[in-house]
Design a protein around this ligand. Sequence first.
Ligand SMILES: [Zn+2]
Length: 110
Amino acid sequence: MTEKLKSCPFCNETQVTLTRWSKGVAVWEVFCLNCKASTGAKFHENEAVEHWNTRADMHTELVEALEAAMEGVHNFHRDYVHYEGGKVDKELNRIWNELNGAALKATKEG
Ligand SMILES: [Zn+2]
C-alpha cells in the first residue's frame, strides 16, 4: 500500500500520478498532470512518493514563512513611527532571515 500523494506544491493540482517506466532499469516517477512538475526518476516507488510529499510539505512551510514575513512587514509599516533605529534593523533582519531560510529550503530539492 502506497502512501497517499499530496497535491502539487506548484499548482495545487490533485491529479498527481506515480508512474513506473524504464530507463535501462525500472524507475519510478511522480508527476503532476497539470503543470508536469516531477520528482525525476527514482529507483524505488517509496522514494519517489516520499520525495514528492516532502516537497509538498516544504512548499507549505515556505508559504507559512512568507505569510509570517508579510505580517512582519505589515506590522513594521503600522508601527514604524514607534520604532527606534536599532529595532528597525532587527526587524528587517528577522524578515530577511525568514525569507532567506524559506527560499533555501524550497530550492534545496529539485
Ligand atoms: Zn502541478
